[in-house]
Ligand binder design. Structure first.
Ligand code: BDR
Ligand code: CA
Length: 323
């Protein structure tokens, strides 16, 4: 069983990724650390607790809140996709008696910063800990700036981010997590940590349609199933209107999936740099694919191929698992 820390900005697909992780016996989620990204860090923390309070995992991961904004930039968010609360406007749902279907979570984060908790856990389990990042890399960069030696004891860092040979989703060339905090991403990419990138090149090929989601989830008719339908409704409407596909792209769940089963993707070692200054290209992940690499040694394993159907089956089975 792998020990993991999930650094995340829930976020609808982040919430689905947390479902997958917490329902997967191959991993033990030691901590969930939150970062500003899809929504404010306070909303992201609240959303992490929403998932925990629905699923009640044993043992319960520690939750620590982290950076409220990128290292050198302002927070900008993705509320147009994820809703003003980061989970598709959950406050609009009510129980038959008029009470909110999703009341405020009862719990709050640990009194420690996410970067410190990441360091503490990696230090406690040297060589054992997988760090999964599903949001901007601000917390991880802060942990590296505080204590590079301890971060060097991480077993692996699996990062959802980047667009290597495909267009971006936030700008023509940049993917959201990297574009939100390119300076942090650069620190992580140049850190020498064992880094695997799960970029849009593979995540955009892993989609679930509204119809498939309903077919799997509706018959369960319990609170976790209702939550899955409620929190995805807005993003499904958004993608149907603007992308011609009423469904969800499973960026973050696939990233967790790769830690469960590495054979779901094929990777290639590459030298990848993050553009931080470009007026049009900030946040671009630039891979040096020249056959004779003059400028750098491979620093990242980049996923370019994915067994999408095999992942989707795993994902839906775990989402629908009741034990
Ligand atoms: C990434 O950006 C966020 O909006 C998603 O949660 C995912 O982590 C995809 O670009
Ligand atoms: Ca995310």
């Amino acid at each position: 069983m792998k020990r993991v820390i999930i650094d995340t900005d829930p976020g609808i697909d982040d919430a689905l990724a947390l479902f997958l992780a917490l329902r997967s016996p191959e991993m033990r989620v030691e901590a969930i650390t939150t970062v500003a990204g899809n929504a404010s860090v306070e909303n992201c923390t609240r959303n992490a607790f929403r998932v925990l309070e629905l699923l009640n995992p044993e043992p319960r991961p520690i939750v620590a809140q982290g950076a409220a904004r990128p290292l050198e930039r302002e927070h900008r968010g993705a509320e147009e996709v994820h809703g003003s609360d980061g989970l598709g406007e959950l406050s609009r749902y009510q129980n038959p008696d008029g009470s909110p279907r999703y009341p405020e979570p009862r719990e709050g984060p640990a009194p420690t910063h996410a970067a410190d908790l990441i360091l503490e856990l990696i230090g406690r389990y040297p060589g054992e800990m997988s760090l999964i990042t599903l949001g901007p890399l601000t917390n991880v960069a802060q942990a590296l700036l505080r204590d590079r030696d301890t971060m060097g004891k991480v077993q692996q860092v699996i990062c959802m981010g980047g667009a290597v040979l495909v267009p971006g989703n936030t700008s023509p060339t940049a993917e959201f997590n990297i574009a939100t905090d390119p300076e942090a991403a650069r620190i992580v990419f140049t850190s020498g940590l064992p880094l695997t990138l799960i970029p849009l090149d593979v995540t955009e090929r892993v989609r679930i349609s509204e119809e498939a989601l309903r077919t799997w989830v509706e018959p369960l008719a319990d609170p976790p199933a209702q939550f899955l339908l409620d929190c995805t409704a807005q993003v499904i409407a958004f993608s149907g209107k603007f992308e011609g596909f009423p469904g969800i792209i499973l960026h973050d769940p696939l990233t967790v999936g790769v830690v469960i089963d590495r054979s779901l993707v094929k990777t290639q070692p590459l030298y990848v740099q993050v553009e931080t200054r470009g007026e049009i290209t900030a946040g671009m992940t630039v891979a040096d694919r020249r056959p004779f690499r003059a400028e750098g040694r491979p620093n990242v394993e980049v996923a370019f191929e994915v067994e999408a159907d095999r992942f989707l089956t795993l994902f839906m089975e775990r989402l629908c698992r009741r034990s």
